[in-house]
Design a protein around this ligand. Structure first.
Ligand code: NAI
Length: 274
């Protein structure tokens, strides 16, 4: 495998393309939005420079069209927004353009890989490769084997994750996999504790940092991820699992409705000033 095509040049897609380039791959990044590609190029250039690999920027190219970028890729990683229909449509286009041997991965954080793969006619080459933000720093890749995913595909994805310098785990295709199932649960409970007036956001975060050695508290983390993105993820988990513990907390719905989206908007569970 030498050429990686990443679809969606947002937070995750640009991070994955940057790590691929830094790891010796040729990378092509696709987005429907030229402005997103321009921002992605700047972000990748800055990251490679900081990591002492500025010369690898030449390994990254940019495209507005899946049909132009996907042929010739050994690996395609989809990182478009977390909307099932969009992911299925994207996989239909990817599968139509890709080499039959290409590894086809989705970076979904909550959705069924089996359902997403339906867009690619249930291809055995489709697998979940769940990277974490920021991609260059977070060592985990959660590989999600859908019902249709072949063993050879799992092996190829394990090899790719390691070649990208990541530590993979392999999990079954259930809503939220392992990481979102646990992480969203902790976040929801932390939010309900604040909502019920049991403790302040500061003290909830302090509890988990000092009592459990979490590097960040669950509410600081939610503010960092973005409360709108978090709300989308818990909604998706709740819709799929129907488990009460994943119902979006009222305080999260309220903050998002007020435009308090966490760090990026200046306030969320905390105030960040301007
Ligand atoms: P984002 O909103 O930052 O980026 C998505 C990009 O996809 C945008 O630049 C958008 O213009 C582009 N796009 C939309 N439709 C497209 C299409 N049809 N073809 C090509 N590009 C298209 O989203 P983000 O945060 O990067 O998330 C992407 C995926 O990664 C989602 O499935 C999300 O659940 C998952 N994820 C996100 C994490 C995070 O912390 N942000 C962590 C792990 C997974």
């Amino acid at each position: 495998m030498t050429r990686v095509c990443v679809i969606g040049g947002g937070t995750m897609g640009r991070g994955i393309a940057g790590v691929a380039a830094a790891s010796g791959y040729e990378a092509v990044l696709v987005d429907v939005d030229q402005a997103a590609l321009d921002r992605a190029r700047d972000a990748i250039a800055l990251r490679l420079e900081r990591d002492g690999a500025a010369e690898r920027l030449g390994a990254v190219t940019f495209s507005l069209t899946i049909e132009d970028a996907v042929p010739g890729a050994d690996v395609v990683v989809e990182a478009v927004p977390e909307i099932l229909e969009l992911k299925q449509q994207t996989f239909a286009r990817i599968a139509a353009a890709a080499s039959p041997t290409a590894l086809l991965a989705t970076n979904t954080s909550t959705m069924s890989v089996t359902r997403i793969a339906e867009g690619a006619n249930g291809s055995p080459r489709v697998i979940g490769m769940h990277f974490f933000n920021p991609v260059h720093r977070m060592p985990l890749v959660e590989l999600v084997a859908g019902e249709q995913t072949s063993d050879a595909t799992v092996d190829d994805a394990l090899a790719l994750a390691r070649a990208l310098g990541k530590e993979p785990i392999v999990v079954r295709d259930v809503p939220g996999f392992v990481t979102s199932r646990l992480g969203l649960l902790l976040g929801n409970e932390a939010m309900r504790i604040v909502e019920e007036g049991i403790a302040s956001a500061e003290d909830v975060d302090k509890a988990m940092k000092l009592g459990y050695r979490h590097p960040m508290g669950p509410l600081e983390l939610a503010d960092l991820v973005g409360l709108d993105a978090r709300l989308n993820n818990v909604r998706s988990m709740y819709e799929q699992s129907r488990l009460e513990q994943y119902r979006p907390p009222a305080i999260l719905e309220r903050l998002v409705a007020e435009g308090k989206l966490g760090r990026k908007s200046g306030s969320g569970f905390y105030d960040y000033g301007e």
